[in-house]
Design a protein around this ligand. Structure first.
Ligand code: GH3
Ligand code: MG
Length: 457
């Protein structure tokens, strides 16, 4: 998949030059001749990277960048500032405006094209996350993102891997005020500590003495525990070929020596900010996925999850020719609890009931609240006889011990009726299995409640 690059420059000749250069690298190119136009394009079009000229009439590059980064709709688009001169002060201003990188005109640097490619890759990864997050439609999602965008990128935990004392202490000193830096000269220890510790960024000196620094970077990228840890490479100015290799193995950014302290500080902040943003996006997504399959009142799985999961449990039982049983559990006369003690007391009973149910079954059993006061337990590796024993244990656990209501001020007796059915490969699907358990439950109810009935089949 090819990335779409928006090039913004007020000088047509520059636009033409950059476009040609990028098209030759198989990027798809769009153009804008001023800041306002650029903002409009970003707001409606899908673009993966913006190349932004700094000096333009009207809105200048810094301002355009600031506005892009302040808008939740465009915040995630990487911005590369294009400066005429390699001015460290401009770079720092740009990074403070939220720019992700810099190009220096005239653009001929292969490393910088590799950088654009890596920015585009990162952006597409983030897009994928955001898309999934939107699908779950979690309320509060945008609030969480706005909050994440406001992160200042300070007080991060930085692991500095450099085995040269002078260079190491220079970097540590530059970062000392904004970040908390741990130095680790040994690359072996560094990998271990990265996997153990909670770091927000790893800075790696490319010229380690007895170890290939890029191997360390590749290892960090491939380990599950460190795969999301951003890496900033510090390299000598004549090592661009190795820097390109670094970007290919997943290094996020680099700096060339001699280091500009301000630029180092700004790039570190950008990386930490971006890591935190993605982290929040991810945890928000996981949270909303968890919410979608969990019953809010009891914390058990909900009907939706049961329906998704039961089929795979049945497939497994069929493939391995193993038994499986299901219980449908229903509280007796639950309406009376509500009517007599109020809805809140009813909720308390439901919560306690769910906790006892969960505690009565094994970890591999699937306990769900189907809705109301009806629960289902699916038990793999369990035949009809054992299932009845479990059901009886659940029944006793409910009936044997009164339930506390009104925050423990009072207790009431609660009983349940339970229907049991066991999976029969020859005749059952998910629906018929539950249906048979339901029929058994109905019998338990009609025979007097507070009892277990097994399906006759
Ligand atoms: P049976 O022994 O035949 O099962 O009688 P029952 O009263 O338990 O069954 P019925 O279906 O008549 O009533 C179920 C009640 O459960 C009615 C409904 O108001 C209540 N209920 C359903 N969901 C909730 C809930 O989330 N919280 C509370 N407090 N009550 C609920
Ligand atoms: Mg009931």
């Amino acid at each position: 998949m090819t990335a779409r690059i928006l090039v913004v420059d007020d000088v047509p000749a520059n636009l033409k030059l950059l476009s040609a250069r990028l098209t030759a690298e198989y990027f798809e190119v769009m153009t804008a001749t001023n800041g306002t136009e650029a903002l409009e394009i970003c707001a409606r079009a899908q673009c993966d990277v913006v190349l932004l000229d700094v000096v333009m009439p009207g809105l200048d590059g810094f301002e355009v960048c600031r506005r892009l980064k302040a808008d939740p709709k465009t915040h995630h688009i990487p911005v590369v500032m294009v400066t005429a001169l390699d001015q460290p002060a401009d770079r720092v201003r740009g990074l403070e405006a939220g720019a992700d990188d810099f190009l220096t005109k005239p653009v001929a640097d292969v490393a910088l094209l590799a950088r654009i490619r890596s920015l585009a890759r990162l952006k597409m990864l983030g897009d994928e996350l955001r898309l999934r997050a939107q699908t779950t439609r979690e309320i509060g999602m945008t609030d969480a993102l706005v909050e994440a965008m406001a992160d200042d990128g300070l007080h991060g935990r930085v692991l500095l891997v450099d085995d040269r004392d002078v260079s190491q202490s220079r970097i540590a000193a530059a970062l000392a005020t904004g970040q908390s830096v741990s130095s680790e000269p040994s690359p072996y220890e560094a990998l271990f500590r990265a996997a153990e510790g909670e770091f927000d960024l790893m800075i790696v000196a490319l010229e380690l003495r007895d170890f290939d620094a890029l191997r360390l970077c590749a290892q960090v990228r491939s380990l599950e525990r460190t795969r999301m840890l951003p890496i900033l490479l510090v390299a000598d100015h004549d090592q661009t070929a190795r820097v390109i290799r670094g970007l290919e193995v997943g290094v996020n950014d680099y700096l060339l020596r001699p280091l500009d302290a301000n630029e180092l500080v700004a790039r570190v902040r950008t990386q930490i900010r971006r890591k935190r943003y993605n982290e929040r996006l991810r945890s928000n997504l996981l949270e909303s996925m968890a919410l979608a399959i969990t019953d809010g009142l009891t914390g058990l799985h909900n009907r939706r999850y049961m329906e998704m999961h039961l089929q795979s449990l049945l497939d497994q039982a069929t493939a391995r020719d193993r038994p499986l049983s299901a219980l449908v559990v229903d509280i007796d006369f639950f309406k009376r609890v509500n009517d007599t003690h109020g809805h809140d007391a009813g909720d308390e009973v439901l919560r306690e009931f769910a906790a006892r149910l969960k505690a009565s079954v094994r970890g591999i059993d699937l306990a769900c609240r189907l809705g109301g006061e009806e629960f289902v337990v699916v038990m793999p590796e369990t035949d009809a006889k054992v299932a009845q024993l479990v059901a009886e244990r659940i029944r006793r656990r409910m009936a044997g011990d009164p339930f506390r209501i009104a925050r423990g001020a009072r207790t009431i007796d609660v009983t349940a009726s339970i229907g049991v059915a066991s999976f029969d490969v020859a005749v059952d699907d998910a629906a018929s299995l539950l249906k048979r358990a339901d029929v058994a439950l109905y019998r338990a109810k009609s025979e007097g409640r507070n009892r277990v009935a097994a399906d006759a089949a």
